[in-house]
Design a protein around this ligand. Structure first.
Ligand code: NAD
Length: 487
């Protein structure tokens, strides 16, 4: 593809300095289909330099008090917040998400991640146990682990990267981070603020590049004892294999195939707009998005009618237009993959009620080559269909009917994933019963995406290993030691 004149060229950030790379990858603007940015294609050499810088910075950073580190994290939060609009514009252009989503979700949350861990790091206490008969007291102490390798995906770029960087450095580790090669710009922008925030050189290093080269070099590096990864289950399997010879500590936040279960006593006036949002927010490119909607038979027809009408209100188009609800998907390949699922469902006899292939998609002239797709609702899909089993990760949701509580729990649990579920019912007893029996790391009842960052976040089954949150991230990013004193 021919390059336009003013390409943005990123550089790695190693040891507090921007460093050019010998080769680069093209990065596309998903809403126009144009190459607009060149991202370093880092490999072993760049990762080696970044790990060395992180190792060199570790003794001083790890010996700072939590309060000193907290003040630096707060300063960094202030600086990102000051540039919020610039960051939001960049995230929207790089990822295809709407400017509204970037302004109200991605960047505010990145700011909050730093503030949250700046605060929570001050409030941990360790355990103590006395043994008077032995004249002993035992206590635990926690210390940072060393150089943390952080690998993040393209759907919520700065949001998810800072969810890892903030706890890692708050605990006193130094880091080498590798954002997705498709969405590297906001991480690079953040690097420009580190010095001003007071983050010493080498504490945060960012290497840009592909998973196969830069990611694997990080995963296989002997001096990186822990890897925090968010991305697909398939990549997690590869990371597990590649890191196994080093016995690394792994935190894996992976994909989902999240059910919404809607009982006949649900408040549909709340449930329908929320479930449309949980299906299509960020183009359906959130690991927590709903993609299987189970509706109790008595309200199935009414639900379907109202749900489709609500979905049709969502406007798809130029992400920089603040009235748009659905932006562009991340890449041409991803758009094709998502479309293939819709075609497969149709071939199996399912009904596409709105969206892809059914409704016209009118795009402004500048966006004709962008990777857009309308919110798509599919009904009468079989549970064993790939649309009901595999993560689609696009604006596609399937609606099916169920009869009993027992049946819907079995069907909702009948996938390999177990990340998030939503349950809608006015019966509090039923809500508790169902929530307890769902194989899911998160269950929202009568709401979606309401998060308290203090509490554990993560998935069961193929959706992950480990949890993140105030206490969980603290435990992951520190090594615990039990000390016994005899007096
Ligand atoms: P991906 O697994 O393709 O890539 C994620 C990251 O891993 C990227 O930075 C990529 O370059 C890197 N990578 C790829 N191969 C690698 C390798 N062999 N070694 C090391 N690193 C490698 O995922 P994606 O397509 O970027 O993101 C979408 C996926 O992420 C979806 O499955 C989604 O559900 C999941 N996700 C999960 C959560 C969660 O918190 N559970 C949050 C967001 C996204």
């Amino acid at each position: 593809m021919a390059h336009s004149k003013a390409l943005l060229v990123l550089e790695n950030f190693i040891g507090g300095k921007f460093v050019p790379c010998s080769s680069y990858i093209d990065s596309y603007n998903p809403s126009t289909g144009d190459v607009y940015c060149r991202v370093p294609d880092s490999g072993k050499e760049e990762v080696e330099a970044a790990v060395k810088a992180a190792k060199d910075a570790f003794p001083i950073w790890s010996s700072k008090s939590p309060l000193e580190r907290s003040q630096i994290l707060n300063k960094l939060a202030d600086l990102i917040e000051h540039d919020l609009e610039e960051f939001a514009q960049a995230e929207s252009k790089d990822q295809g998400k709407t400017i509204t989503f970037a302004r109200t979700v991605d960047i505010p949350r990145a700011v909050h991640n730093f503030r949250f861990f700046a605060s929570s790091i001050l409030h941990h206490v360790t355990e103590c146990s006395e043994m008077p008969a032995m004249g002993c007291v035992h206590y635990t102490s926690r210390a940072p682990v060393g150089v943390a390798g952080l690998i993040s995906p393209w759907n919520l770029p700065l949001y998810l990267l800072t969810w890892k960087i903030a706890p890692a450095i708050a605990c006193g580790n130094t880091v080498v981070a590798k954002p997705s090669e498709m969405t590297s710009v906001t991480a690079w922008m953040m690097c420009k603020l580190l010095e001003k925030a007071g983050v010493p050189p080498g504490v945060v290093n960012v290497v840009f590049g592909t998973g196969a080269r830069a990611g694997e070099a990080l995963v296989c590096h002997p001096d990186v004892p822990l890897i925090s990864f968010t991305g697909s289950t398939r990549t997690a399997q590869r990371i597990t294999e590649r890191s196994a010879p080093h016995c690394k500590r792994l935190s894996l936040e992976l994909g989902g195939k999240n059910p919404a279960i809607i009982f006949d006593d649900a408040d549909l006036s709340q449930c329908i707009p929320t479930t449309v949002r949980s299906s299509f927010a960020n183009q359906g490119e959130i690991c927590l998005c709903t993609s299987r909607i189970f509706v109790q038979r008595g309200i199935y027809s009414e639900f379907l009618k109202r749900f489709v009408a609500e979905a049709k209100k969502w406007k798809t188009g130029n992400p920089s237009d603040p009235t748009i609800d659905v932006g562009a998907l991340i890449s041409k390949e991803h758009l094709e993959k998502v479309r293939t699922y819709v075609k497969k469902a149709q071939a199996e006899g399912a009904r596409v009620l709105c969206g892809e292939g059914v409704d016209p998609l009118a795009l402004p002239p500048g966006n004709q080559k962008g990777y857009f797709m309308l919110p798509t609702v599919i009904a009468e899909v079989k549970d064993e269909s790939c649309c009901m089993q595999e993560e689609i990760f696009g604006p596609v949701t399937c609606v099916v009917a169920f009869d009993t509580e027992e049946e819907v729990i079995r069907r909702a649990n009948g996938v390999k994933y177990g990340l998030a579920a939503t349950v809608w019912s006015g019966n509090v007893g039923r809500v508790h019963r169902v929530a307890h029996r769902l194989q899911s790391g998160l269950v929202w009842t009568n709401c979606w995406l309401v998060r308290d960052l203090n509490l554990p976040f993560g998935g069961m089954k193929a959706s992950g290993i480990g949890r993140e949150g105030a206490k969980d991230s603290y435990e992951f990013f520190t090594e615990v030691k039990t000390i016994t004193i005899k007096h």
